[in-house]
Design a protein around this ligand. Structure first.
Ligand SMILES: *Cc1c(COP(=O)(O)O)cnc(C)c1O
Length: 387
């Protein structure tokens, strides 16, 4: 992108490379050529912008969109997205009528959910499309153990009344990111047994699905009818300890502009708590991005940043709106110079480097980028599009 124009006057911003995103979606499709692909765009597209990434995913061939919360699904439909959508979280009181009305597929892990969905479908005068979720060992959502045949029987009763149609059966892995872990095969076996149980009861699902990014990339046996990648579409590896980058390209680059550059004496503390002090007289730069923008406070003194040719580390506490970097005694940096916090490996640190430095996963680094950070989309058909 032509960053000089679009970023003039911005303190901190996130550049979103939709061409890289579309390439990543195509890479994932090629990995699972016999399965449909559901692009997971929950949590504002992992912080990259719900609508731009949803539209880019569809352009790159995604057959479905997946989101956690019903309101995310409503936002997609209400913006004119016609692709099939699955939303999988609900609580008593969830607006299932809104989902049915908008042709959004919903998920159920318990009979009460099916009853609420069926009630909404009757009031809307149409059948609801439901994916039954089985807990094959994640220990989170889904019907576990003997709750599964109970859920299936309940669904069959509502299906025979015409209130719902079971279109999917699905589950989620606990450790797909540990390619050799025995739980992966065990969950897969349990899943296909659960599918068989449902089919014996008369369920005829269109799609059976269990693969997240890690399983899409490294467990072909789990591809089934549909894969549900998230993080890999955003160009970040779900299995960072595996050297292979799978040909994925990071989509988000977080940048800021130095707000102040000044000389600073050896031994004087920097930022709240004075937890950093330079050993020699130096030059420091003020970066106008803080934990309100999603820069983790745990990045204090550990996370890498790139200023011109210099790779340095955050100096002192990350504050709400700003942090400081030590640019070195000979720095010629000036206010206005661009700082790259993370992005593509060719340009500076990566989100994975930030995750390693702060003892988290790259998912959290990109997803937590704050609402006040402008996203600048480039590539695809979205260049210059607003939020
Ligand atoms: C978030 C999520 C995904 C995508 O997971 P990644 O690890 O980002 O690929 C898939 N399925 C479900 C149910 C999810 O919640």
């Amino acid at each position: 992108m032509n960053s000089t124009d679009a970023t003039a006057g911005l303190t901190v911003w996130a550049e979103i490379d939709l061409d890289a995103f579309e390439d990543n979606v195509r890479t994932l499709r090629a990995r699972a050529p016999h399965s449909q692909l559901m692009a997971v765009v929950k949590a504002d597209g992992y912080g990259h912008g719900l609508l731009p990434v949803a539209r880019a995913a569809v352009r790159a061939g995604a057959d479905w969109l997946g989101v956690a919360q019903p309101t995310e699904a409503f936002a997609l439909r209400d913006a004119g997205v016609t692709t099939r959508i699955l939303t999988w979280l609900s609580v008593p009181g969830t607006d299932f009528a809104g989902a049915v009305r908008r042709d959004i597929d919903v998920s159920a892990s318990a009979p009460w959910t099916l009853d609420a969905i069926a009630g909404a479908a009757r009031s809307e005068g149409r059948s609801a499309r439901v994916h039954l979720k089985v807990d094959t060992g994640l220990g989170r959502g889904g019907a576990f153990g003997t709750d599964w045949p109970t859920l299936v029987e309940h669904a069959r009763r509502l299906e025979s009344e015409g209130a719902i149609s079971v279109v999917g059966i699905w589950t989620h892995f606990a450790m797909a990111d540990a390619p050799e872990h025995p739980t992966v095969l065990a969950q897969q076996d349990t899943f296909f047994e659960a599918v068989a149980t449902a089919e014996r009861a008369g369920v005829r699902p269109e799609v059976r699905h269990l693969a997240n990014s890690a399983a899409t990339l490294v467990h072909p046996a789990a591809h089934a009818d549909l894969v549900r990648p998230g993080i890999a579409m955003y160009g970040l590896s779900p299995v960072p300890e595996v050297a292979d980058d799978f040909g994925l390209r990071p989509v988000m680059t977080l940048r800021a502009r130095l707000a102040l550059v000044k000389r600073w004496p050896a031994g004087r503390g920097i930022s709240y708590g004075h937890v950093y002090a330079p050993e020699v007289d130096t030059v420091v730069g003020l970066v106008p991005a803080g934990y309100a923008d999603g820069v983790p406070r745990s990045a204090t003194n550990v996370a890498p940043v790139q200023v011109g040719a210099r790779r340095t580390t955050i100096a002192g506490r990350v504050c709400m709106d700003q942090f400081v970097v030590d640019l070195g005694p000979d720095s010629a940096a000036a206010a206005g110079d661009v700082v790259t916090l993370f992005g593509k490996p060719s340009e500076g640190p990566t989100a994975q480097d930030w995750a390693d430095a702060t003892e988290t996963i790259s998912y959290e680094i990109v997803t937590r980028i704050g609402a006040r950070v402008p996203r600048l989309w480039s590539g695809g058909a979205e260049a210059g599009a607003g939020a």
